[in-house]
Design a protein around this ligand. Structure first.
Ligand code: GDP
Length: 406
C-alpha cells in the first residue's frame, strides 16, 4: 500500500446541509454502489441513476467507515457525527481523521453547529476543505458563506472556483488554477466537459485568481516574489502551496457544487486527493501506559510493532464489528494483540474492509489504514498493540484514590 495515496477523511456538516447526499454521490462516482464504467472519460456505462439509488438509501452510509478508490487513491470515508453533543464518540471519530470536508449550505452558511464541530476539529488539527453545497438554491451566496467561514470559524478560506450561472441556472464552475470552465453533463453529472471561460466572466475570473494568488502568497515567499516580478506562476507551484498551506497552516480552499443536482462532486474529490494529508503528513503520539506523562511517538510505518485504536463499535448479525485505525505497524489476521487497557491478549480472527454495505475479507491492515475486526470483545476507545503496556491512544480514566474515613 502506498501510504502517500491514502486519505482518511470525514465529512462534517450542519444537519440538512447535504452531508448524506454528498456521501452517496461520492460512493456513486467511485463506483462502489453500482459500477459505472469510465465515469470521467465520458463513457455511457451508467447503469442506475440516483432516483433508483435513493430507494436504497439507508444501506449506503450506515457504516462507520467505508473504503473507496478515487483516481488511484484509497479513501476511507469516516462517519463524523454532526450533532452538537460534546461526546467522546464525536471526539473519537475526529481523531482518526487526517482531513475533513466541511459541507455548508450556500444559503444557510455557517451555523452554530458547524462552529461546534469546527472547534473540535481544530483541537485535533484536522485540515479541511470547504464545500458550499446547494448552489442551485434561491439566494445561494458563496461569497457570503466564504466570508462567514473566515469570520466565524477563523479559517483562511478562499474560493478556488467561481460559479457559472446562479441559483437554478448554476451549471458549472470556473477553476481558478487551470482557468477553465467545467460543466457537468450526463444524467448523473458524471461527464465533465471542459471549455474556455465564458466571455462575460473572463474579467471576474482574472480578478478572483489574483485574489486567490495574493492570499496564497502569504504562505510562500517564492510565490510572493513571482507575483512581484510578474513571473510565471505554474499550476504545479499553486498545487504545492495549497497543499502545504491546507495541511500545515489552516488554509481552507473552498469548492462549490450541488450534490443533489450532481454538480461539483468529482472536482471536490480531486481536491481531496490533491490537498488533504496522507497519514504520512500527520504526527501521532501515544501515551505510555506505565507513565501517563510520557509520550510514545508512533510512526506510520508498516514494519514497526502494531498499534491501533478501536474508535467505533457496531453490532450486526455477525456479532461485534470493531472499527480500528492502524497507527503503527501491521495488523494481521489470526494474530494475537494486547488490549492496552485490560492487559488481555485477543485473537484478531477476521479482518474486513467495509465498502458501503459490503465487506471484504482482508489478510491485514497497514499503518494509516482503517479496518474492522470481527468478533472482538473490547470497548470503544481501546488501544491494541503488539506488546503489552506499549502505548495507548486515549488517556485512561484514572480513578481517584478512595479516601478512607476512619
Ligand atoms: P444531511 O442532514 O446533512 O445529511 O443532509 P441531506 O443529505 O439529508 O440533505 C438534506 C436535504 O437537502 C434533502 O432534502 C436533500 O435532498 C437536500 N439537498 C441536498 N443537496 C442539495 C443540493 O445540492 N441542492 C438542493 N436544492 N437540495 C439539496
Amino acid at each position: 500500500m502506498d501510504l502517500r495515496k491514502v486519505r482518511n477523511i470525514g465529512i462534517s456538516a450542519h444537519i440538512d446541509s447535504g452531508k448524506t447526499t454528498l456521501s452517496e454521490r461520492i460512493l456513486f462516482y467511485a463506483g462502489r454502489i453500482h459500477k459505472i464504467e469510465d465515469v470521467r472519460g465520458g463513457g455511457d456505462g451508467a447503469t442506475m441513476d440516483f432516483m433508483e439509488l435513493e430507494k436504497e438509501r439507508g444501506i449506503t452510509i450506515t457504516s462507520a467507515a467505508t473504503s473507496l478508490k478515487w483516481e488511484g487513491h484509497s479513501i476511507n470515508l469516516i462517519d463524523t457525527p454532526g450533532h452538537v453533543d460534546f461526546t467522546v464518540e464525536v471526539e473519537r471519530s475526529l481523531r482518526v481523521l487526517d482531513g475533513a470536508v466541511l459541507v455548508l449550505c450556500s444559503v444557510g452558511g455557517v451555523q452554530s453547529q458547524s462552529m461546534t464541530v469546527d472547534r473540535q476539529m481544530k483541537r485535533y488539527n484536522v485540515p479541511r476543505l470547504a464545500f458550499i453545497n446547494k448552489m442551485d438554491r434561491t439566494g445561494a451566496n458563496p461569497e457570503s458563506v466564504t466570508k462567514q467561514v473566515r469570520d466565524k470559524l477563523g479559517a483562511d478560506a478562499v474560493m478556488m472556483q467561481l460559479p457559472i450561472g446562479r441559483e437554478d441556472q448554476f451549471s458549472g464552475v470556473i477553476d481558478l488554477i487551470t482557468m477553465k470552465a467545467y460543466y457537468f453533463d450526463g444524467s448523473n453529472g458524471e461527464k465533465i466537459r471542459t471549455e474556455a471561460i465564458p466571455a462575460d466572466q473572463v474579467e471576474e475570473a482574472a480578478e478572483a485568481r489574483t485574489h486567490m494568488l495574493e492570499a496564497l502568497s502569504m504562505y510562500s515567499d517564492e510565490l510572493m516574489e513571482l507575483l512581484l516580478s510578474e513571473g510565471e506562476v505554474t499550476e504545479k507551484l499553486i498545487h504545492k502551496i495549497v497543499r502545504d498551506a491546507t495541511i500545515n497552516q489552516g488554509f481552507t480552499p473552498v469548492y462549490l457544487g450541488s450534490a443533489y443536482k450532481n454538480k461539483g462532486v468529482q472536482l471536490l474529490m480531486d481536491a481531496v486527493t490533491r490537498y488533504l494529508p496522507s497519514p504520512l503528513d500527520r504526527k501521532f503520539v501515544g501515551i505510555d501506559p506505565k507513565d501517563p506523562t510520557a509520550r510514545i511517538p508512533l510512526e506510520s510505518d508498516p514494519a514497526k510493532p502494531f498499534v491501533g485504536m478501536a474508535f467505533k463499535i457496531m453490532d450486526d448479525e455477525f456479532g461485534q464489528l470493531t472499527f480500528t485505525r492502524v497507527y503503527q505497524g501491521t495488523v494481521k489476521k489470526g494474530e494475537m494483540y494486547f488490549n492496552q487497557r485490560t492487559g488481555k491478549k485477543d485473537r484478531f480472527s477476521r479482518i474486513v474492509k467495509m465498502h458501503s454495505d459490503k465487506r471484504e475479507d482482508v489478510e491485514m491492515g497497514e499503518a494509516g489504514d482503517i479496518v474492522a475486526i470481527m468478533g472482538l470483545d473490547c470497548a470503544s476507545g481501546d488501544t491494541y498493540a503488539a506488546e503489552p503496556n506499549y502505548a495507548t491512544l486515549e488517556s485512561m480514566f484514572v480513578a481517584e484514590p478512595v479516601i478512607k474515613m476512619s
